[in-house]
Design a protein around this ligand. Sequence first.
Ligand code: NAD
Length: 531
Amino acid sequence: MTSTTINNLPPFSNEPFTDFATVENKRAMLEALDHVRAELGQTYDLIIAGCRLETPETFHSVNPANPSEVIGIHYAARAKEANEAVDAAQLAFDRWKKTSVAERVTLLLRAADLIRQRHFNFCAWLTLEVGKNWAEADADVGETIDFLEFYAREALRLDAATTPIQYPGERNLFRYIPLGVGAVIPPWNFPLAIMAGMTAAAIVVGNTVVLKPSPDAPTIAARFLTLMEEAGLPDGVINLLQGGPEVGRTLVENPQVRFIAFTGSKKVGLEIHERAARTQPGQHFIKRTILELGGKDTILVDADCDLDAAVEGVTAAAFGFNGQKCSACSRVIVDSSIYDAFCDRLKVRVESLTNGAPAENFQTGPVINEVAKKRVLTYIEVGRSEGRLLTGGSNVETDDDGYYVAPTVFVDVAPTARIAQEEIFGPVLAVIRSENFDEALAIANNTEYGLTGAIYSSSREKLNRARDEFHVGNLYFNRKCTGAMVGAHPFGGFNMSGTDSKAGGPDYLTLFTQAKSIAEKCGSIPDTPAK
Ligand code: NAD
């Protein structure tokens, strides 16, 4: 990719979804699964300043549908490697911040092209490492390409920024410059898109990073980093550490780490926020945290809506990827005049979902690990005392000991019940009755979160009210509350759902920069200043 092609970049458009109903695409996915299966169980090194590194301990990542299937073996980083990785990123920063925006943008575009070429292959890794069915894996890979393409264009736009006003007698400049070294700490549930998106946003504006993926999805990150190297990533710009909370904590506390880009749970996000706020000896700046956290997302079903569309949207949003999306619908508020009809239809629809191995492309599959399964089953026990079980309510035994829980719906749940307030992050939905629209809106806003929400209604007046009063970062009308598209639905939540950083939106890259204003008195020296 040359700078000429960068100058002629076509406008951004979202990567199309793959139609797995076609014979070619189905065959391609099956072949990719075979291909990836032949590569399972490899050992992956840490990568610091481009060097491969082993440590005394390893951990395994496994297929949640079949935990005896090892996806990758990874060296576990310790505090020593974490601090070395930060040093390496700091060293690389001095060079990388001086590279041209064209060079950085070219890297992202090359990476997008490579992922496009290996689309099915990455889908297969997602299916096997975190249990995404084909469509969910496809959406994750597509979103990754979208982030790379979108942030590439956004970096060019930011680079061309100027002051809104030229003060008389001065030449005024305004530049976005990088922050320095960042820690990128993604969750496991969008292990390619969120991991790559946060990383790409950070480096395209000139930062260098230490990437610490989730221990539930380390292999996908390791393979992404190899691809970035193939795309031309210089040593030290992205350093890869594998491990859990301890490595994360060390990174957050390191006095050279200028910012932390984190996506994950509220609990961990708040801990990072607090830890990052404590100034460390030798630290010369206030750390910035970009925190995208959990949700307790609501769909409001109004009396006059298209009931079939509402049932379909709620089912997809609640049970797509087994409720393991921050945007997943975990509460539905239904007007009492259609409550019984809605519950009847919902029961039929949820019970029609096929449950089984993601590699065989069932509609719903396992949750990520044993801990998640126990947590979800515990909430189901809580739900028994807080509502009436409509369907599901148990784990699902399989020959492979996969971490399956049946799609579960509780009805007649009080708005303040635990299963109506706490993020479960699994296939459990609470149905709440409302007497009128005012009450429905009040219930919709009664959690500590504010990530996504949707309303099904045919009343323009009610949609207008929801637009103004339903307090969430991503609000949808007459469609489900999952499936945000890069560029069209900048993504991020209010309240305890995070700092509302709006990934895939026009302000996102500025979070990874600091703006410098420069004013020169005209005529003070004869030569024309550079931009
Ligand atoms: P998590 O908070 O358990 O872990 C996220 C990352 O933080 C992992 O890499 C983990 O190893 C690391 N980590 C854990 N403890 C740490 C600590 N003390 N210090 C530093 N790092 C630490 O979350 P998860 O289970 O991986 O992901 C699920 C959560 O992420 C859900 O709450 C979901 O809603 C949220 N999520 C939010 C968004 C969003 O955009 N708002 C998107 C996806 C997921």
